[in-house]
Each structure stands twice: as structure tokens, then as C-alpha cells.
Design a protein around this ligand. Structure first.
Ligand code: TPP
Ligand code: MG
Length: 681
């Protein structure tokens, strides 16, 4: 047995949770599996029929909790979900009680997570005692292909719901694989609980397997972190974690659980430090605006000619879109949303300025509410001389990056409720007309880009990114489908610019901005699968759209990071349509135009078949080179998603050259911010 497997087996054995042999033994040959099946069925006739039969599928006793089909030799079995997975998902929830043998440290922590209503856990195996305990208490738990992918999935679930989620990986390699997506979650202020370990305190500093100093690795991308070293403080540190996750501006919390902590048993909760309930270790109290601040804000808004509210992520996080829309309607305020999810300011709302970039510059008052990630002057399309109010739950943030005329410490919802109640009714016909005209201009410009792209498509027999994005737009929002129904997410550079211009968010968290602020290529598909799992379960703002398919636009570079999570989507029956913009390259290749010996580093083999790779993972594959083919593929994929929970990868064959503004103008650029196309703040 290898050293690694030996040590992993030891840790699972020690937890007393899981019969190690079946699960962890090395993969067996087909004949060995059959032979053990024979041993279990106990007859030679059974052996002959299993080994020789070409008839109906037989069964073999296999993994605990599942009896799996076994195929006749000579046939290539199809990809399928084993019974062991279905049975495992249907297994009863474990009630945790200190009576009897007591609870181990991992179970104590799982108990706290359950009481805190942790929305979901995403992991690749490792940190075994902790992930097992969390799954066993009935918290929705998902296992997938890479720790990085599962971390992005957790982030996606949270971006779609605002809920606290967890991502876990094994100490060392599993944790290290998560780091890009932990940083992406941190940039997006996702309430993400990162859990890691499977190592021991006793193994520190002596070259033990997989031991690295993990806490310093998240130092700059987290709100709070701790390697728990005193076993009876496991409940207490759970409190620290959730106090941080559920207060103020959310962020990443990172806890490490060495074996000494997870294995310790507690039959008496009195032995645990600070063992008391959540209403005593944290508070739901929220800060109201002071009367003077509120009055000053109202006076400034009433006095302004062209006021605009930037409804940041905090408005989504506090589910404050109703008072926002009420305040806007009452006083005819322009509203624009910002953050890693879109739709808390609906794109189809008459006062929505998300496409009115040309009018934004004439706003004379900007009210930032819950803007977690603050732009600098000039990074948003507002006149630097416009007056600025900022409403934020954390006082230290006020004045950061953007000079203010009024800073207000307040909960976003509390402020908006007061605003909706106290603003006088008012019409601002000129301002509303300016917003509408600017929106029309944006749409006309987009259509110009599309027409240019269509010509390029016809000239090259490939699909230009603007054409891809417009086809998706028409299919999701202009056809038979309810334009509020489908959750989307997008990434990639050349394709991302185009997708961002054409995707719409007509209700809260209908669109996920996968690369928000951090700009990582690659988490897109995994992140959208996580969001789609929230839709599948109808969590939070996704409740009215439960079961709807989700659509991801990603790139050929991006899919390299996430493709295998299609296996995870299919395993959990979550219907995804993944559109891969295949331009045979990293779209930044123009950066090497003057460096001939560097160019190869930017390019892939041409005409790779991501659709076929997806088929190998059990998904449907579609290959398209014309807008008509894309239209038909979208229809087929959506139908399969709706009727069979099937996932599809659509390989949109394009050209590297479209990333060059010299060869195929205009230049692909991200849109002005804030609003549609925003991904930086
Ligand atoms: C993980 C990661 N690696 C590298 C980069 C730098 N980068 C930004 S855009 C880009 C090209 C992206 O190519 P692709 O994702 O295929 O999108 P395309 O432009 O081809 O549509 C690169 C390399 C990045 N942002 N993130
Ligand atoms: Mg590319």
C-alpha cells in the first residue's frame, strides 16, 4: 500500500466512521471485480453466467450502499450514474447527540454548521471526517472532480442566493488547488467557509506527508482564519467563523482541522469551550441611519436634477430590492446594479440605467448603497464633480476610493426602507427620457456590432463572438422562454466581452459575473453549475425558477479549468447548457504580435472538439459553425435540459483572429461601468 493511501486509511479508520477497505482499496481489474461478485453470489454457475453472458446486465455487490449493474464482456458500457450514488443521496440523515459514545470534533463542528443553516458543502474528498460529518447531518453536500472547481461551485451557489457556503479540500494539495477560486470568492465578497485538513498537529515541521502552512496562504484573501489546535475549542472557533460570515460585509473564512481536533470525542458538551447557541454568540442587529444623516440624504436627493442610485452587492445580500424599486418609482430615481451577480436592479425595469452609459455622465448626484468593492473616481462613468453619498454597513469603508459629500453608516435595507417611505412623490420626465434615449443608443450600437460580426461570420464560415452572444440573447429573451427564467453566467475575454453585452438579468441573481473583479479565466462552468444547483433546489431568490436550466458562456481556455465538472453536473442531475467559444487560443494573442518566438505560447491545436470530450463525460455534445446551427443547437439543448435534466456542451467554432482589433475591428472591449457588461467593480 502506498504511503499516502496508508495514511489516508489510517485517518479514516481512526474516525471510526467508515469501513476503509471497500472505499480506499486500489482499483481492481474487471475480472477481480467479477470474481469477488462470484464469491458473494457463491455459485460457479453464477460465475459462468456473469463472465460469459452477453445477455441482460447482471448485478454485483459493490460499494456500501449500492448494488451496481455489471456489463457483459465485449460491450462498451455507457456512462451512467451508479446506484451507489442514488442510494447514498437517499440515505437517512444522522441526528447528532452527545449521549452514548458522544460526538467527535468533526461532528461537533457539523452540528454547529447545521444550526447555522450552512446552505451547502462542495468538496473533493479529503478532510474526510469533516466532510462526512457535514454530509451526514443533512447539509446538502456535493463531491466533484477538483477542489478548485468545487470551490468555484460553492462560490456560484452563494452568488445565486447570498447564502453562506463551504468548500473543502484535503490538507496540502487539495487546499492548494483551491487557491485561485478562494481569491476569486474573496474579490466577490462571497460568504465562503474554506475547510481543510486531514493532517495532524503532530506531523507539523517534520516533513510529514502533505503538510504545508495553509493559514498564511489565505492571509490576504480572507476575513478570518484559524488552524484549530485545541480540540475543545472546536465549537468556539465555529462561532468565530459564522460571526464573521454573517456580519458586516461578507468574505472568506478559513478553518483548518487537524486530526487531533476532529478525532477528539465529547460525551459531555460541558467539556467544550463556549458551548452556547447562535443567538448568544452573534447578533442579527443592524445599524439604522441616524436621523440627521437620513434627512441630509433626502434633502440632497430632492435637490438633485439627475440622481442615480448604484445598488451594490449589499442590496442583493440584504434582499433589499423591493424598497429599492419602491424608492426609485416614487421619486423617479435612476437605478443601476453592481456586483458579482446581476438583476437586483432588473434590466427590464423602466428606471434601470444599466444600458444608459451615455446618460450616466450627466448625473449630478450618485448614491452608492452597499457597494462592497469600490471603484476609484473615473472607473465608473460618473462626472467627478457629481455629488456623492455612500451608504455602507462598515464605517471604515466610507471615503475609500471615492470622495464623498455624505457618508452614512447603515444597513442597506434599513436605509432603503426609510428612503421609500420618506421621499416625496416626484416625476422627472427629462431625466427618464435621457435614460431611455441612452439605452436605445446602447442597443443600436450593439446591433451595429452584431451586423459587423455577422458579415465576418459569413466571410470566414465561423461564428463571431457578437453573433454567438446575440443568438443566445434572442433565444433566451426574445423567443418562447420566459425572459426571467434562465440563470446565466459568463467568462472568457473575447467571448466574455460579447456575452456581457448581450446577456440580461431581469430578476435578482439571474446573471452571474464569473470573473467579477478578480478576472480569473476558468472558474465559469463550475461556478454556473453551483448557481444551477441553487436553482435546482429553489434556494432564496431562485425559488420561483426552481428546476430551470442554466446557461454558461465560457472560452476554450476557460473550459480547460472546469470541463470535468460536467461529470459533477450530470451526477447531480443539474441541467446546464455550456457554450464554449472555441477560437483555438488564449484571446490575448495580440500581445505577442511583436514577439514572433512567443506567439506559440498563446495558441492551441485548432478545431479541438470540446463537444466530444463532453460526450465522454456523459453530456450531450453539439458542434456549430453557423448562426443557424447555433440556433438549432440551443433549442435542442434547452429541450433536453427541460425534459431529461440533460447537460450539453455546444462547441462554437470561431477564429483566433477575431480577437484582433486590427484584423477585425472594432476592438473587443469590456463595457463602460457600472451596468451591463461591468466586471471590474
Ligand atoms: C487564470 C488566468 N490565466 C490567465 C489570465 C490572463 N488572461 C486574461 S484574458 C486571457 C485570454 C483568455 O483566453 P480565453 O479564455 O480563451 O478567451 P478568448 O479571449 O479566447 O475568448 C488571458 C490569458 C487570466 N486572467 N486568468
Ligand atoms: Mg479562447
Amino acid at each position: 500500500m502506498s504511503k499516502e493511501i496508508e495514511s489516508q486509511q489510517a485517518s479514516v479508520d481512526e474516525s471510526g466512521e467508515q469501513p476503509a477497505g471497500e472505499v480506499l482499496s486500489c482499483p481492481r481489474t474487471r475480472r477481480q471485480v467479477l470474481a469477488s461478485a462470484v464469491a458473494l453470489t457463491g455459485t460457479a454457475a453464477g460465475a459462468a453466467s456473469l463472465l460469459g453472458s452477453r445477455s441482460a446486465h447482471a448485478q454485483v455487490a459493490g460499494l456500501p450502499g449500492g448494488v451496481n449493474a455489471i456489463d457483459p464482456l465485449g460491450e462498451v458500457p455507457s456512462v451512467r450514474i451508479p446506484v451507489a450514488i442514488t442510494n447514498s443521496l437517499d440515505s437517512p440523515v444522522k441526528e447528532l447527540a452527545f449521549e452514548g459514545p458522544g460526538l467527535d470534533g468533526a461532528q461537533v463542528f457539523a452540528k454547529l454548521c447545521k444550526e447555522e443553516q450552512l446552505a451547502a458543502l462542495f468538496c473533493a474528498p479529503g478532510n474526510y471526517t469533516v466532510i462526512n460529518a457535514i454530509a451526514e447531518v443533512g447539509i446538502p453536500a456535493f463531491g466533484g472532480r477538483t477542489e478548485g472547481g468545487m470551490c468555484a461551485m460553492a462560490d456560484g451557489f452563494s452568488r445565486a442566493t447570498g447564502e453562506v457556503v463551504a468548500a473543502s479540500g484535503t490538507e496540502g494539495p487539495g487546499f492548494a488547488h483551491m487557491i485561485m477560486n478562494i481569491a476569486a470568492a474573496s474579490a466577490a465578497r462571497t460568504p465562503l467557509l474554506v475547510l481543510a485538513s486531514n493532517a495532524s498537529i503532530s506531523g507539523e515541521d517534520n516533513e510529514a506527508l502533505q503538510n504545508i502552512y495553509q493559514q498564511p496562504m489565505t492571509e490576504t484573501v480572507r476575513k478570518y482564519g484559524k488552524r484549530i489546535i485545541v480540540p475543545n475549542r472546536v465549537w468556539e472557533y465555529g462561532q468565530y467563523a459564522f460571526r464573521q460570515l454573517r456580519s458586516g460585509v461578507p468574505g472568506v473564512v478559513h478553518l483548518d482541522f487537524p486530526g487531533e481536533v476532529t478525532r477528539e470525542r465529547f460525551a459531555d458538551p460541558g467539556k467544550l469551550a463556549c458551548y452556547y447557541e447562535k443567538d448568544r454568540y452573534r447578533s442579527e442587529s443592524r445599524c439604522e441611519p441616524s436621523a440627521a444623516d437620513m434627512q441630509m440624504a433626502i434633502d440632497m436627493i430632492v435637490k438633485a436634477e439627475r440622481p442615480i442610485i448604484v445598488a451594490g452587492q449589499g442590496v442583493f445580500q440584504r434582499q433589499a430590492w423591493e424598497p429599492l424599486l419602491a424608492a426609485a418609482a416614487r421619486h423617479e430615481l435612476a437605478i443601476v446594479g453592481s456586483g458579482p451577480m446581476r438583476g437586483h436592479v432588473p434590466d427590464d425595469h423602466r428606471l434601470n440605467a444599466s444600458m444608459s452609459h451615455d446618460a450616466m455622465f450627466s448625473a449630478d448626484l450618485v448614491v452608492f448603497i452597499g457597494q462592497y468593492c469600490m471603484p476609484k473616481l473615473g472607473e465608473y462613468r460618473f462626472n467627478p464633480d457629481a455629488k456623492a453619498i455612500r451608504v455602507h454597513p462598515v464605517p471604515e469603508e466610507l471615503g475609500h476610493n471615492w470622495p464623498l459629500d455624505l457618508g452614512i453608516v447603515s444597513d442597506e435595507k434599513a436605509f432603503l426602507e426609510q428612503l421609500a417611505n420618506r421621499l416625496p412623490a416626484r416625476e422627472r420626465a427629462t431625466w427618464v427620457a435621457e435614460l431611455a434615449a441612452a439605452k436605445q443608443k446602447y442597443i443600436d450600437t450593439s446591433l451595429d456590432y452584431y451586423r459587423t460580426g455577422l458579415k465576418y461570420s459569413q466571410d470566414t464560415n465561423t461564428i463571431h463572438p457578437q453573433v454567438m452572444a446575440k443568438e443566445i440573447h434572442d433565444f433566451l429573451y426574445e423567443g418562447d422562454i420566459d425572459p426571467k427564467l434562465t440563470l446565466t453566467g459568463w467568462g472568457g475575454a473575447t467571448c466574455g466581452h460579447a456575452a456581457a453585452r448581450w446577456l440580461r438579468a431581469n430578476r435578482p441573481a439571474q446573471e452571474i459575473v464569473c470573473q467579477y473583479q478578480f478576472g480569473a479565466m476558468g472558474p465559469d462552468l463550475a461556478m454556473v453549475i453551483g448557481s444551477a444547483l441553487a436553482v435546482q433546489r429553489g434556494v432564496g431568490p431562485q425559488a420561483a425558477y426552481q428546476g430551470a436550466p442554466a446557461l454558461c458562456v465560457t472560452s476554450d481556455a476557460g473550459i480547460g479549468y472546469s470541463l470535468f465538472e460536467l461529470d459533477t453536473a450530470i451526477k447531480y442531475k443539474v441541467p446546464i447548457i455550456c457554450v464554449v467559444f472555441n477560437n483555438n487560443c488564449w484571446g490575448m494573442w495580440p500581445a505577442a504580435e511583436n514577439a514572433p518566438r512567443a506567439m506559440h505560447m498563446y495558441l492551441f491545436q485548432e478545431n479541438l472538439r470540446y463537444d466530444r470530450m463532453a460526450e465522454g463525460l456523459g453530456a450531450r455534445g453539439e458542434y456549430v459553425r453557423t448562426p443557424e446551427q447555433l440556433r438549432e443547437a440551443l433549442k435542442r439543448s434547452y429541450r433536453a435540459a427541460e425534459t431529461e435534466n440533460a447537460s450539453t456542451l455546444i462547441n462554437v467554432q470561431s477564429l483566433a483572429e477575431f480577437s484582433s482589433s486590427r484584423l477585425f475591428p472594432p476592438a473587443p472591449t469590456f463595457g463602460a461601468e457600472p451596468g451591463v457588461g461591468a466586471c471590474l467593480h
